[in-house]
Design a protein around this ligand. Structure first.
Ligand SMILES: Cc1cc2nc3c(=O)[nH]c(=O)nc-3n(C[C@H](O)[C@H](O)[C@H](O)COP(=O)(O)OP(=O)(O)OC[C@H]3O[C@@H](n4cnc5c(N)ncnc54)[C@H](O)[C@@H]3O)c2cc1C
Length: 427
């Protein structure tokens, strides 16, 4: 049987030690079978276990193998489309509920880290950096919007102030969110997996769900075993493939790339990001970066529509890093990797139920570290019969990409090219 390892990344190289986890080789029975051990699956499993459910998690590769173990590690609040856009699309009542939830994911992460003593280099403070006056105006209105939903840990930064938090001359200003922040993402996932097991949950690695037998008593099949469950949670996101064809139709896996420098040393690291905040710029095709626990710079950016792996990641990302930080021209890149997130046309997550007992959440379209933690809670609430918050997500409208499975990639790339041009010319 294939043994799928982590891709070579800084995170895999600096992961906390974990026990080996077996592949499923039996028939087992449980209350909830969770497919996928990323944040969505692990967060669901934890909330369910805390509420008395028996949980079995099937992971095709290893815990955090997908986006959850490869991402930029930025705790970014709200969704990939902001609440005002949601409000225009679904009306004030549903938007109110979604707006109230938009800042909960970051709190859940912090609660988990504290409760289960997860060692994942958690740091507070995230900056949205404006490259143009227009982006600054947008941040001002975003601050007013978020404050309307009770989120008040925000500070607008003028040109002088942003230069105090990041040594980059490109920005005209920004916004600091002290409830944002950053983590070592793989170590967060590994810590959450250990918490699942500490509560009696079981995680099988190298155990892809290859078929779901639907019906009143659903069964999930792996190559060497099966799980009989009352409920199934599908949490495979961009790595799910075609296991559930209804879900593949309205979403598209996209690749994004990350590089990590050699350790910079305390002095150079402090010169770049004196308060150790993470930063993302306000472009549609955005750059994001932060320091690691051992003072490297992790820098990400760019999107490959259709999730093809680029041949030379450093050649794509390093020039972006040097544009922001020319002072790093002699710094060596130690790691470069790619990972897939799942894009939806609206850039809002797809949440729902198939039949009576198969639940899913996927497609947070790039910003998912906080949302996926919230999703676990909302899915667990729905399984307990409290579906008001679940329904607020499930009622969001979703449409297939124009061009169907064949043409969706070029169409989406064309759309991104257009927005990339707007970024470039500050439109
Ligand atoms: C490079 C990169 C950088 C990012 N940076 C940020 C960031 O800084 N901030 C932010 O908010 N978001 C970021 N994101 C997005 C964020 O990481 C994701 O939204 C989030 O991790 C998705 O979590 P998930 O659990 O839904 O999916 P995943 O983490 O992808 O987990 C899905 C899991 O399901 C497993 N699986 C799939 N199919 C099966 C099957 N049939 N059987 C069993 N298991 C299966 C996979 O192996 C995988 O482990 C980034 C994404 C990428 C790729």
């Amino acid at each position: 049987m294939a043994n799928t390892l982590y891709p070579e990344s800084y995170y895999a190289a600096s992961a906390n030690a974990v026990p080996p986890r077996p592949a499923l080789q039996d028939d087992v029975e449980t209350d909830v079978c969770v497919i996928g051990a990323g944040y969505t699956g692990l967060s669901s499993a934890l909330f369910l276990l805390e509420n008395g459910f028996r949980v079995t998690v099937l992971e095709a590769a290893k815990v955090g193998f997908g986006a959850s173990g490869r991402n930029g590690g930025q705790i970014v609040n709200s969704y990939s489309r902001d609440i005002d856009v949601i409000e225009r699309s679904v009306g004030p009542k549903q938007a109110q509920l979604l707006g109230q939830m938009a800042f909960e994911g970051g709190r859940i992460i912090r609660e988990r880290v504290a409760k289960y003593n997860i060692q994942c280099d958690l740091k507070d403070g995230g900056v949205f950096a404006a490259l143009t006056a227009k982006q600054m105006v947008h941040l001002e209105s975003q601050k007013r919007l978020w404050e309307r939903f009770g989120h008040t840990q925000l500070e607008l930064l003028d040109q002088r102030r942003i230069r105090e938090v990041v040594a980059c001359d490109q920005y005209v200003g920004g916004m600091l969110d002290m409830s944002g922040g950053h983590i070592h993402p793989l170590n967060l996932a590994l810590g959450e997996a250990a918490a699942v097991e500490s509560l009696g949950g079981t995680i099988y690695e190298q155990s892809p769900a290859v078929r779901i037998e639907r019906g009143a008593n659903p069964v999930v099949h792996t190559p060497q075993g099966k799980v009989r469950a009352k409920f199934i949670i599908v949490a495979g996101n961009a790595y799910l493939g075609n296991l559930v064809p209804e879900l593949a139709a309205k979403s598209m896996p996209c690749g994004t790339q990350v590089i990590t420098t050699e350790p910079l040393g305390d002095e150079q690291a402090k010169a770049l990001l004196p308060q150790d905040y993470c930063v993302e710029d306000c472009n549609y095709l955005l750059d994001y970066y932060r320091l690691t626990g051992d003072k490297r710079l992790i820098f990400g950016g760019g999107v490959v529509y259709g999730a093809r792996d680029p041949a030379n990641i450093e050649a794509i990302i390093r020039p972006k890093m040097l544009k922001a930080f020319p002072q790093l021209k002699d710094v060596k890149i130690d790691y470069a990797w790619t990972g897939n997130f799942l894009l939806t046309l609206s850039r809002l997550p797809q949440v729902g139920r198939l039949g009576d007992n198969i639940y899913y959440s996927q497609g947070c379209s790039g910003h998912g570290v906080t949302y996926t933690h919230l999703a676990g809670k909302v899915l667990a609430e729905a399984l307990r019969g409290q579906a008001e918050r679940f329904d607020a997500f499930a009622d969001l409208p979703h449409y297939p990409f124009p061009g169907g499975q064949l043409l969706r990639t070029p169409f989406a790339a064309l759309g991104a090219w257009y927005y990339g041009l707007r970024d470039k010319f500050g439109m």
